[in-house]
Write a protein that binds this ligand. Structure first.
Ligand code: C2E
Ligand code: MG
Ligand code: MG
Ligand code: MG
Length: 292
């Protein structure tokens, strides 16, 4: 009987495993189709400067526009794409599109914005990472200082000296580097001494309850003062309310990103948004100068 039970258990497990495996195979095939058919879109979320309230740039966030399922968020496919290597063609598309759209915004007369692009671990560790970026800047005509790369702590942990080399090269070219999801990795703080970076993005898990939870408040305050001492810019992710904004502003945070200011949006909506923003600040300026 025990044997029988054992076999049933075994069968049950293989069935579950098969289902999981075939789920992954199906997703991988669907992803390949999405790559071939160009079913991806970038949505852009504004980043706001504290003192002026001005938009200084955007983060490019990928969405899979599935013909039947609608928009699929990156959490559902980036991990698998990283495992299968499909992240490479996807990342190339992301970088090219984000740079291209930033050039387009500039050509439309909106001025200069910094475009932040998320970098995946596999992409970063490929031998041609830096040349690929240079080629994209050249092909799209985007100036290097208008590109920012967002990396997580985990990417930089793997081989620190090589990572530092790459970051130094990028920064010498004028590209800026942001440390994404700061505070969620398991790395020590000592690497902040050596890493050539420009900005720290405080993970939104610390922001959500920063007003009511004194532990989050302590961590956020700590990150802000450390960043300031290290002469790094600090950005708060996931700013959802006026209260978040007011609180963080009092704590001397430099930059903000979150639903309170704007949700990530397709390029055409962004253009409309920027037009309205421009009109609003024009009105405000006229008010300030007392135009009659
Ligand atoms: P991330 O880089 O930390 O991006 C910020 C995430 O926070 C985005 O989720 C954004 O939609 C969300 N967010 C922004 N403001 C708020 C807010 O006020 N409240 C809340 N609750 N969420 C907010 P999204 O777009 O689902 O992206 C998730 C992650 O997927 C990103 O986290 C990034 O790690 C990854 N990702 C996105 N696009 C790309 C890409 O093009 N390439 C790679 N390699 N990874 C990407
Ligand atoms: Mg990011
Ligand atoms: Mg982040
Ligand atoms: Mg995050």
């Amino acid at each position: 009987q025990a044997k029988r039970q054992g076999r049933n258990t075994y069968q049950w497990y293989t069935e579950g495993l098969n289902k999981r495996v075939s789920g992954r195979v199906m997703l991988r095939n669907a992803l390949q189709h999405a790559i071939d058919q160009q079913q991806f879109e970038l949505h852009y979320q504004p980043q706001v400067h504290d003192a002026t309230g001005r938009i200084i740039g955007f983060e490019a966030l990928i969405r899979w526009h599935h013909p039947e399922r609608g928009y699929i968020l990156p959490a559902e496919f980036i991990g698998l794409a990283e495992d299968t290597g499909q992240i490479i063609p996807i990342s190339e598309w992301v970088l090219r599109t984000a740079c291209h759209d930033n050039v387009r915004l500039n050509a439309l007369g909106f001025g200069e914005y910094v475009m932040a692009v998320n970098v995946s671990p596999m992409q970063f560790h490929r031998a041609n990472f830096v040349p690929g970026i240079l080629e994209t800047l050249e092909k799209t005509g985007l100036a290097a200082p208008l590109l920012e790369l967002e990396l997580t702590e985990n990417i930089l942990m793997e081989s620190t000296t090589k990572a530092i080399d790459i970051l130094q090269t990028l920064r010498r070219l004028g590209i800026s580097i942001a440390l994404d999801d700061f505070g969620t990795g398991f790395s020590s703080l000592s690497y902040l001494k050596y890493l050539p970076i420009d900005k720290i993005k405080i993970d939104r898990s610390f922001i959500r309850e920063v007003i009511s939870d004194h532990r989050d408040a302590a961590i956020v305050q700590g990150i802000i003062s450390m960043a300031s001492q290290l002469q790094l810019k600090v950005l708060a992710e996931g700013v959802e309310t006026q209260a978040h904004y007011a609180y963080l502003s009092k704590k001397m945070c430099d930059l903000y990103q979150g639903f309170y200011f704007a949700r990530p949006m397709p390029i055409n909506d962004l253009i409309t948004f920027l037009h309205e923003n421009q009109a609003a600040s024009q009105l405000q300026q006229n008010d300030e100068h007392g135009s009659a």
